[in-house]
Ligand binder design. Sequence first.
Ligand SMILES: Cc1ncc(COP(=O)(O)O)c(C=O)c1O
Length: 442
Amino acid sequence: MQNKIFSGSDIFPKNTIINDKNNISINGVDLKDLAEEYGTPLYVYDEETIIDTIRDFQESFTSEISNSIISYLTKAFSNPYILKLLDNQNMSIDVVTGGELAVAKYINFSPSRINFHGNNKSIEELRDAVKYNMNHITIDSFNEISNLENITKDLNITQEVMIRVSPSIDPHTHLLTTTGVLDSKFGFSIETGDAEKAITKLMKIDSLKLKGLHFHLGSPIFELEPFSDAIDYVYKFASNMREKYNFDMKEFSPGGGFAIGYLTEKKPPKIKEYAKTICDSIKESCEKYGFNIPTVTLEPGRALVGRSGVSIYKVGSIKKIPGVRNYISVDGGMGDNIRPALYGSEYSVFSVTKAESEKNLLKSTVSGKFCESGDYLAKDVFLPNPEIDDLLVLPASGAYNLAMSSNYNMQTRPAVVIIKNQTPILIKRRETYEDLLSTSLL
Ligand SMILES: Cc1ncc(COP(=O)(O)O)c(C=O)c1O
């Protein structure tokens, strides 16, 4: 059979095909060969897909509003090689902990392109961030205002800040990944008056320079309307704050939350469509409420790296319960991908060597090897004649899989390979049992 693009390819990295050996290959690299060389479970990223996605974000937003900044939320996958790649592309990043900042520092990511988020930053984290001379800190609580005031006065440094507001708008995604509603730990609520109090407090502190407002609605957001509704609501509030306190909105951030395709039948909006809706809404609000077009910071995490990564597992056990369920157990699971167990997230699953086969399709639950009944990767997927040692691949595994991984059951975390110029490069080795014990003291 000749190389062919297979039906699932639009949720895989670019240039994913079925090769002449009938195996799935990404950018010229056969996934079966990778599994043999590096073992399973294995995470594989495609550099070209990441770079294309960065360009797509940059072009889509700057063609609508020239002062658009794309700032990758490193929490989606914080890895030195990936951050270096982003730094080389002149990207900005957002970190939410001292640990994520440490990864950025490790590769000397330009501090002027780092922003700091988080709902409970420690005094040490804030002090470190201010000293590091990063771009802006997005303030999330009253205690943070006081802490930052003390730190900046003590260090005699003026720090640029944004305020995270909560616009009480539901983006219709999973409850656990919804952040911009009233009942949320994140942000100052506009509805309760907290956002106004935060602005008045901040505007009296000389060492903190308030540039503008930020919101993040949740993730993944498949609809466009919540963005326009929230933008209008926040601008209306900003206009009210300008009238009362002379507040100006020089910078504005509608956050991230852009969706990716996990299932072939559930397609997300294109990046261009998000850009058009968001930028049109900002322009309309600026005109309606009499503001200049601000610098706009977009914060994609998932959408920047999600599609570029896949995870490969090997089948080790098959249990068929007639009339009930067929369990196909693989050598990874909730330790490297907790999203299905935590959020009920859905994934597509393909056989690496029988991707388009229609033979003996078996309705299966792909379960993991962790000692939990809730440990599964996908439910009710159809696998062609599942057998022991089959290799299965989950596309769209690049964001929030390894980032949320654990050593539960003392399981070692998988290796990570990136494909660059049709060549695999190991960017994270598989953990060893020595790694597991390296922090323990007897
Ligand atoms: C403040 C903020 N911005 C951006 C994001 C990125 O979200 P996503 O990875 O869905 O783009 C998050 C994630 O929760 C966030 O908390």
